[in-house]
Design a protein around this ligand. Structure first.
Ligand SMILES: [Zn+2]
Ligand SMILES: [Zn+2]
Length: 373
């Protein structure tokens, strides 16, 4: 098999245009399962061939411990996709979650990757019993226990909790799952006898977190089954009150999915109430931040005057400036110090007012470009 062909090599802009021009309606869904998989490379190639034909886009991780997928596909192919899943014994009867707020344009291409683990948790699996997980709760029972005063713990990273979370939840400061799980264990020390409610985006991280906390002496651990994604669906379907307020951070082009109209965060640049999440448009920065509309306009969708200055240069000059600089990948880096950012913005504004540029060296770059042109 020519496995090197089993991936999409087209340019993102082209893929974006192609998706925008597509007329079929797409459904965004996610699923995961902890299940022992063998021959993951061969399985990866087989799935790629099957799912590409069904118009599946998205990100799928396969590992010896299971599968974790966030995808979109033409609505008309949902039944065929179900049959494709069922045809693989390990994936039979796979429960999936459908995104609530969805224009179907969440993913640009199909990526199936074989990895060490389906969630990068950094935990040694042989150090605790990964199958001894907490009790799975549906939305109604989760709400009930919440009202009864159970401890609520968000198992997501700090930047994911920003724009939406359950009322009264403990929100980790760590920006990795590994960090969050250790932090929770430390912070909750002494409360091992209390009833604990865990939740995350789709439920998968709580599978590990609940087993880990139980191993560390927490007696009464519960987890939100299907995560926030399915909670939102159940709330809607059953007409329940959403105790989750704001938006749900998601891992695709949308960045967030609105669950309720509450706005629980503030703009990191001016402090105004806002939950508009965005990446700095300067390509080498790409920092994730909460930015209100007014600041988005003021800073040209960038995180700071320095990024704005680069972003507004002619494209040739931007390229010359970027040469040799590494590009940080999306979402891995979020602003965790808004006060520091605001301080930096003030300093940069002052320099800018005085010198007219934050990059005196740029003048040479631009001149060199103009001369060579
Ligand atoms: Zn603002
Ligand atoms: Zn920036």
């Amino acid at each position: 098999m020519e496995t090197h062909r089993l991936r999409n090599l087209l340019h993102p802009e082209l893929l974006r245009e192609r998706l925008a021009a597509e007329v079929v309606e797409r459904t965004t869904l996610s699923f995961y399962r902890y299940v022992r998989l063998t021959g993951t490379e061969a399985l990866r190639h087989a799935l790629y061939t099957e799912w590409e034909q069904l118009g599946v886009l998205g990100r799928i991780y396969l590992s010896q411990e299971g599968v974790n997928a966030q995808i979109s596909l033409p609505r008309a192919n949902l039944d065929a996709f179900r049959s494709s899943l069922d045809a693989h014994v390990a994936f039979q009867g796979m429960p999936w979650k459908i995104a609530v707020e969805d224009d179907g344009k969440s993913f640009l291409k199909l990526k199936i990757k074989v990895r060490e683990k389906i969630v990068a948790d950094g935990l040694a699996d042989d150090a605790y019993d990964v199958t001894n997980v907490g009790s799975h709760l549906d939305a109604e029972n989760f709400n009930r226990k919440l009202e009864e005063g159970a401890l609520v713990i968000d198992m997501r990273n700090s930047y994911e909790c920003l724009i939406g979370h359950f009322e009264g939840a403990y929100l980790p400061k760590a920006d990795t799952f590994r960090g969050a799980i250790e932090e929770v264990k430390e912070v909750m020390k002494g409360q091992e006898e209390k009833e604990v409610l865990l939740y995350c985006t789709g439920g998968i991280r709580c599978e590990k977190a609940s087993a880990y906390l139980k191993h560390h002496g927490f007696a009464n651990v519960n987890q939100l089954h299907g995560g926030i994604i399915d909670y939102a669906r159940q709330i809607k379907a059953q007409g329940l009150e959403s105790r989750y307020k704001g938006q749900n951070f998601v891992f695709d082009e949308r960045l967030a999915e609105r669950i309720t109209d509450d706005v629980v965060s503030t703009c990191m640049q001016c402090g105004a109430t806002s939950d508009r999440i965005s990446n700095c448009q300067e390509a080498t920065c790409n920092m994730l931040l909460v930015q209100c509309e007014a600041c988005a306009t003021k800073y040209a969708r960038c995180c700071s005057p320095s990024c704005r200055e680069i972003h507004q240069l002619p494209i040739e000059a931007q390229r010359a400036w970027r040469k040799g600089r590494s590009t940080r990948s999306t979402k891995t880096k979020a602003i965790n110090d808004p006060d520091g950012l605001r301080q930096r913005i003030r300093e940069e504004e002052e320099l800018l007012a005085r010198d007219g540029t934050l990059y005196p060296e740029l003048i040479e770059v631009i001149q060199a470009k103009t001369n060579s042109a």
